[in-house]
Design a protein. Structure first.
Length: 101
């Protein structure tokens, strides 16, 4: 089944890709060529083949237990800071005084 220009235009619109008329023609040809390359797959007898949902099979997320560990002390955290005051890092101001830009 070949894709029409309208099919490709719909796909491009869905993907939010702007195509000129020339690009639409080229993309229609390109996508139909790609589909033609996959045509031999239809010749395989797959009636007895179970669907595969993941190539690794029974995949499970393996994670270690969430065990709290000691963090940095205040002194260690501030030791390499360029500037700090009391318990805070001092950084250059990035927003102007007076609210919104």
């Amino acid at each position: 089944m070949a894709l029409t220009k309208d099919d490709v235009a719909g796909i491009a619109e869905y993907a939010r890709i702007a195509l000129t008329e020339a690009e639409l023609s080229d993309m229609t040809t390109y996508m139909n060529d790609a589909i033609d390359l996959l045509e031999p797959i239809l010749g395989y007898d797959l009636d007895d083949v179970e669907p595969t949902f993941h190539p690794i099979g029974e995949l499970a997320n393996v994670a270690r237990d969430d065990v709290p560990v000691a963090g940095l002390t205040l002194g260690e955290a501030l030791a390499n800071a360029a500037s700090w005051r009391e318990r805070s890092f001092l950084v250059p101001q990035i927003l102007a005084d007076g609210g919104a830009a």
